[in-house]
Design a protein around this ligand. Structure first.
Ligand SMILES: NC(=O)c1ccc[n+]([C@@H]2O[C@H](COP(=O)([O-])OP(=O)(O)OC[C@H]3O[C@@H](n4cnc5c(N)ncnc54)[C@H](O)[C@@H]3O)[C@@H](O)[C@H]2O)c1
Length: 136
């Protein structure tokens, strides 16, 4: 597929900081953007300006449960990202990380969609500083 062709794009965690800005950037290219969030830390206000766009759709959904849709591309950003939020319910945070990755990889495999998986800098190893500052 031509890199600039219009695509059906799924953004999980779309009501959060990165997701809402990503949706805003994708729509002007003519893509159809499907936005998934359970609004645990994200807010509807972040996507409010996009709701009038007929190519934008929001679904309240918890990504720990499978999703059966047809899609060309996935940006998987859903997770309680901030150190303030993830200790609130560590089990749900772990489920979100693990089950979400399994569900989205399964969806990508079935639909042959390209997928971007967001992660944390913690993957580079145990940090000396926690929570990490931007400088670190
Ligand atoms: N912001 C950064 O600087 C940064 C840096 C590195 C990595 N990341 C990673 O990028 C991703 C997004 O970061 P962010 O800053 O936009 O976070 P954010 O907290 O602003 O957004 C995360 C979104 O995920 C949603 N969410 C949480 N659990 C969910 C679930 N079970 N089902 C559906 N939606 C759920 C929240 O409601 C929220 O809208 C995270 O995985 C984060 O670790 C962010």
């Amino acid at each position: 597929m031509n890199a600039w062709a219009r695509r059906r794009i799924l953004v999980t965690g779309c009501a959060g900081f990165l997701g809402s800005h990503l949706c805003e950037q994708l729509l002007p290219f003519g893509h159809e953007v499907l936005c998934i969030d359970n609004f645990f830390t994200g807010s509807r206000h972040n996507v409010l300006p996009l709701l009038g766009n007929p190519r934008f759709e929001v679904i309240r959904h918890d990504v720990t449960f499978p999703l059966y849709i047809e899609i060309d591309e996935i940006y998987n950003l859903a997770c309680p990202a901030s150190p303030i939020h993830h200790p609130f319910d560590p089990v749900q945070t772990s489920k979100t990380s693990v089950h979400d990755a399994i569900n989205m990889l399964g969806l990508a495999k079935r639909t042959k969609a390209r997928i971007l998986q967001a992660s944390t800098s913690e993957v580079y190893g145990d940090p000396d500083v926690h929570p990490q500052t931007e400088e670190y």
